[in-house]
Ligand binder design. Sequence first.
Ligand SMILES: *[C@@H]1O[C@H](CO)[C@@H](O)[C@H](O)[C@H]1NC(C)=O
Ligand SMILES: *[C@@H]1O[C@H](CO)[C@@H](O)[C@H](O)[C@H]1NC(C)=O
Ligand SMILES: *[C@@H]1O[C@H](CO)[C@@H](O)[C@H](O)[C@H]1NC(C)=O
Ligand SMILES: *[C@@H]1O[C@H](CO)[C@@H](O)[C@H](O)[C@H]1NC(C)=O
Ligand SMILES: *[C@@H]1O[C@H](CO)[C@@H](O)[C@H](O)[C@H]1NC(C)=O
Ligand SMILES: *[C@@H]1O[C@H](CO)[C@@H](O)[C@H](O)[C@H]1NC(C)=O
Ligand SMILES: *[C@@H]1O[C@H](CO)[C@@H](O)[C@H](O)[C@H]1NC(C)=O
Length: 422
Amino acid sequence: MCSISACIAALVLLPILCVSDDRLVPGKPLSPGTTIISDGGDFALGFFSPSNSTPEKLYLGIWYNKVPRLTVVWVANRAAPAISSSAPSLVVTNSSNLVLSDVNGRVLWKTNTTNNPASPSPLPLSNATGAVAVLMNTGNLVLRSPNGAMAWQSFDDPTDTLLPGMKIWRSYKTQDGSRLVSWSSPEDPSPGSFSFSGETHPVPQGFILNGSRPIWRSPVWTGYTVSSQYFQANTSIVVYMAFVDTVDEISMVFTVSDGAPHVRCVISVSGRFEVLVWNTESADWKLLTAWPSHECNRYGYCGTSGYCDFTDATPSCKCLDGFEPVDKGEWSSGRFSRGCRRKEPLRCGDGFLALPGVQVPDKFVRINNKNQEECAAECSGNCSCVANAYANLNSSVPCVDRRPAADRHPEDWCESLQHCWF
Ligand SMILES: *[C@@H]1O[C@H](CO)[C@@H](O)[C@H](O)[C@H]1NC(C)=O
Ligand SMILES: *[C@@H]1O[C@H](CO)[C@@H](O)[C@H](O)[C@H]1NC(C)=O
Ligand SMILES: *[C@@H]1O[C@H](CO)[C@@H](O)[C@H](O)[C@H]1NC(C)=O
Ligand SMILES: *[C@@H]1O[C@H](CO)[C@@H](O)[C@H](O)[C@H]1NC(C)=O
Ligand SMILES: *[C@@H]1O[C@H](CO)[C@@H](O)[C@H](O)[C@H]1NC(C)=O
Ligand SMILES: *[C@@H]1O[C@H](CO)[C@@H](O)[C@H](O)[C@H]1NC(C)=O
Ligand SMILES: *[C@@H]1O[C@H](CO)[C@@H](O)[C@H](O)[C@H]1NC(C)=O
């Protein structure tokens, strides 16, 4: 039997015809109006239709089963909607693939597993009955081949949402990785222009992009686990964000404290990375935090040699000490993109001014295998080097930054300060 709440959630979507299971097997297709419910009842897999679509467009997706406001966390055919009259269905094939096709045989989406994936933990032969796709209570749809090996999982193929336990990653060697891509609009799951991903060069860090343009950049992913605590009503919710840097790859994963309500991260249609928690009392998603947190925090917002000062009640753009706005009129009217320039020309051997607590600039040159003293000495010894920064990047090697050690993402820093690196 499908649970009452499952039926309520599905009613918002399509006429109800509940399927009782948490899994799909070959020969039992999933069609519009039927859903698969995870074992613990938290997630549902089925077809949904955004309102206002004529003819009605159907998408295969995963959503929260017990959240009364339809909240889709994963979409299979986001770029290829089905028309409801074309009777789409999802099948598990004998070759361990999931295929979404319509009555005309048009394939809207499929997994691309090969028939014999390496099996990390095969099930006993007695269990070898056939391929199976199981919707886990984490929101992960897991496809297993007959020998029990995982052939594919939806957590490896994200849409716009990061769920606890899901991973955003990038490989140092191949540069393969995963990313979140926003919906085009709240009613249109097709890929929008914003994405969130991790990059390995020159250092591990996260980016929000608008197309290929950065609009926000994270601090360096140093490889330490950061925990953040939030309070809602009388409950405390701890969101643990882990930024992991290994020899092979960088990744970001989050988990939440036991008993916490649903928490999800999403790259929104307006290009913000939002951490949201379900609030039962108000029956709504509440924002815990978002990146960028403030306009001033956007990539390149304060211009070259400018930085966003968060110590003020209202964060605002400032020039580095010894610098002044290129255009004072524009600066005072709130347009900062032209940045700042030196009041006096730099003389070789002037020395360095320490700027604690700032994010290092983007596009700097990374020099490995130096300690902090060697880094500063190397920079002082070269009149072309105007600044340095040091980070002990745990899994990798120490890093030297040749650029002015104050940042708020001067996008054109590299172009406008050609002399700052070796
Ligand atoms: C899939 O396997 C089942 C059971 O072995 C078999 O009955 C069925 O004909 C197979 N289907 C296809 C399309 O090969
Ligand atoms: C399967 O491969 C096709 C063609 O390379 C690709 O467009 C599609 O996104 C892949 N599907 C998945 C689920 O990765
Ligand atoms: C798989 O096999 C094990 C041991 O033989 C058994 O305990 C378990 O119930 C089986 N699982 C399924 C889904 O048949
Ligand atoms: C994203 O890029 C488009 C096209 O370049 C632009 O019109 C839009 O303002 C940008 N949005 C943001 C939030 O940067
Ligand atoms: C905390 O909130 C829950 C749910 O809102 C409520 O049932 C419980 O009584 C509250 N506990 C206290 C100590 O206020
Ligand atoms: C990275 O830091 C962790 C925690 O301090 C430590 O246990 C680990 O050995 C470090 N890894 C490397 C490669 O230095
Ligand atoms: C000094 O820096 C310049 C570029 O900024 C570089 O070309 C040059 O090799 C450096 N000199 C030394 C001795 O490292």
